[in-house]
Design a protein around this ligand. Structure first.
Ligand code: TRP
Length: 421
């Protein structure tokens, strides 16, 4: 007999799981950097307008596509377009993109685990050294951590929608919220923190231009996990009886509040570290910010709270980012799994196993891309620079195809869904 299709146990279960997916590296790391580089509160206002007037309707559309069809993205696109091959292709891209994004999201999550461990062993001072990040990502011991992380993720996913994804979110999301508030309150007590808040909350409209607007829109899409099939998939696990709109609003509000709070944590911390910070100089890459710059900031807190205290703050921060990344990663990997279950008619167990093998095949070269293997580190070159396998996956799927798939969902809604009587 076929297994019953997974379902969330309640509206709250759905809200927590969808918020768990939405709140990730995008909120805690990318958002504060973007906001600070693009005019602080001015960016915030534009971002909020996009969330309310563009992303919220797209969220509703995606969730209803999933709930109406009770299918994964490939199934949902083909059913709603009555089997049109072009739209089926859009559905396939909506599986392939998360599949590949999971590859580099996994690698970054492995680094987070290593950082938590290093700080726990008293090595915050080492991590705050500029060259340490390059050394950490080239350690062959990363394989062991990768294996452990994949084991954890696939055990959660084996537990299914209710027993795995929802249960994880029920524990981690409240923990994450409490940790974020506690850390923010602590940082706000530091000297010069107010300069960071002022910088963050006083709008500077002179920095507004088209690229800022474009940045705000793509950040909003990524942060809410839009356009990649996740809300279609989670929508298909949403009870047919409950109303979608209220739960969707809660998810959007939770995600946006966490992003805003993360700004209140990171910017005051940066200004407390150096009151004359010129935010133009902040690293553009979120990865550089968390792994190289933030350890220095945490170490500088030892003058106020001692080395041990600074390590506690750093561990709390890295665990927070790890929890956020874990719930997002689980959601990203669930998308292809739901496709294998629906389209290949596999049991959840077999689908999870298949996905575990596929993800391992791709994450091994990705983790070897930062120095472990010369071949994958200097994998290819374009635009005049040498690119690793990791860079290639990130450039193709994250920078290029992800926004494209998001756009396709919008076009689909307008041209196919809204035309149906
Ligand atoms: N929203 C997550 C973040 O902010 C990332 C993420 C998880 C995602 N699942 C997704 C992005 C699905 C797009 C689609 O980091």
């Amino acid at each position: 007999m076929a297994e019953a299709r997974g379902q969330f146990s309640s509206k709250l279960g759905f809200i927590l799981a969808a918020a768990g997916s939405a709140v990730g590296l995008g909120n805690i790391v990318a958002f504060p950097v973007m906001a600070s580089k693009n005019g602080g509160a001015a960016f915030l206002i534009i971002y909020l307008l996009f969330i309310a007037f563009i992303c919220y309707p797209v969220m509703l559309a995606e969730i209803s596509m999933g709930r109406h069809t009770n299918r994964n993205p490939v199934g949902a696109f083909s059913e709603l377009s009555a089997g049109h091959p072009g739209w089926r292709l859009a559905g396939i891209l909506a599986i392939l993109t998360p599949f590949m994004i999971a590859v580099f999201y996994t690698v970054i999550t492995v680094w987070l685990v290593v950082y938590v461990k290093e700080i726990a062993f008293g090595r915050l001072d080492l991590l705050s050294n500029e060259s340490t990040f390059g050394e950490v990502v080239a350690r062959p011991s990363l394989f062991g951590y990768l294996l452990g992380l994949l084991g954890l993720i696939f055990t959660i996913l084996l537990g299914g929608v209710k027993g795995g994804i929802e249960r994880l979110a029920r524990v981690l999301m409240p923990t994450l919220a409490v940790m974020l508030v506690a850390l923010t309150l602590f940082v706000l007590t530091l000297d010069n923190a107010v300069a960071g808040i002022r910088y963050y909350l006083v709008p500077d409209f002179s920095r507004m231009d088209l690229s800022v607007i474009n940045g705000a829109l793509s950040q909003a899409f990524f942060s809410l996990s839009l356009g990649m099939g996740i809300l279609i998939t989670y929508g298909s696990y949403f009870s047919q009886q409950d109303s979608i709109s209220q739960s969707t609003r809660m998810v959007a509000v939770a995600d946006t509040s966490i992003a805003i709070f993360a700004g209140l944590l990171i910017l005051p911390a940066i200004f407390a570290f150096d009151p004359n910070t010129n935010t133009e100089d902040l690293s553009t890459s979120s990865v550089g910010l968390i792994f190289s710059f933030l350890p220095q900031i945490f170490l500088s807190m030892q003058s106020a709270v001692g080395y041990f205290g600074a390590s506690v703050v750093a561990i709390s921060f890295f665990s927070l980012v790890f929890f956020a990344a874990l719930t997002s990663l689980v959601s990203i990997i669930e998308i292809p799994i739901s496709c294998w279950i629906d389209e290949l008619k596999l049991t959840r167990r077999k689908a999870v196993l298949l996905q575990a093998v596929l993800l391992s095949i791709f994450s091994i070269p990705a983790i070897m891309s930062l120095g472990i293997s010369d071949y994958f580190t200097n994998f290819t070159s374009y635009g005049g620079v040498t690119k690793s396998f990791f860079d290639l996956v990130s450039d193709v799927f994250y920078e290029t195809i992800l926004p494209l798939v998001g756009f396709t969902v919008c076009i689909f809604c307008v041209s196919v869904l809204f035309r149906r009587e």
